[in-house]
Design a protein around this ligand. Structure first.
Ligand code: 5GP
Ligand code: ZN
Length: 114
């Protein structure tokens, strides 16, 4: 586990987080600085810095992250109204934490992308 990874510290219980959902391979928790009424992060327990670092064998893990996101949307009551799933990769996309995570955003109209 990289010493300086905030999300590895959350996984280790060294930093608190408001957990929403967990599985053997994933954890979902509330974003500390929410950008929408529903803003939950889904992370794998495995430390992978960016989407660029995914290996072919990580495909099932990313699929599990999507299934976890679906469950988060249901638990948060936005599965019918609508939600957006985002993976940011590297600086120009705004990636700040280099442990892959998907954002589940919803709870109000989200507007166009860009
Ligand atoms: P990124 O910009 O890398 O795609 O998203 C990182 C997200 O992690 C941001 O939305 C930020 O608010 C959130 N975040 C950063 N540090 C913490 C933390 O210590 N706890 C929680 N719950 N979220 C965090
Ligand atoms: Zn990590």
């Amino acid at each position: 586990m990289p010493e300086d990874c905030i999300f590895c510290k959350i996984l280790a219980g060294e930093i608190p987080a408001a957990k929403v959902h967990e599985t053997e391979n994933t954890l979902a928790f509330e974003d500390i600085n929410p950008k929408a009424p529903v803003h939950v992060l889904v992370i794998p327990r495995k430390h992978i810095p960016t989407i660029n670092d995914l290996a072919r064998e990580d495909g099932a893990l990313v699929g599990e992250m999507m299934l976890a996101a679906r469950e988060v949307a249901r638990l948060k009551g936005v599965d019918r109204s609508g939600y957006r799933i985002i993976f940011n990769t590297n600086r120009e996309a705004g990636q700040e934490v280099f442990h892959i995570h998907l954002h589940v955003l919803g709870g109000h109209p989200l507007g166009p992308m860009g």
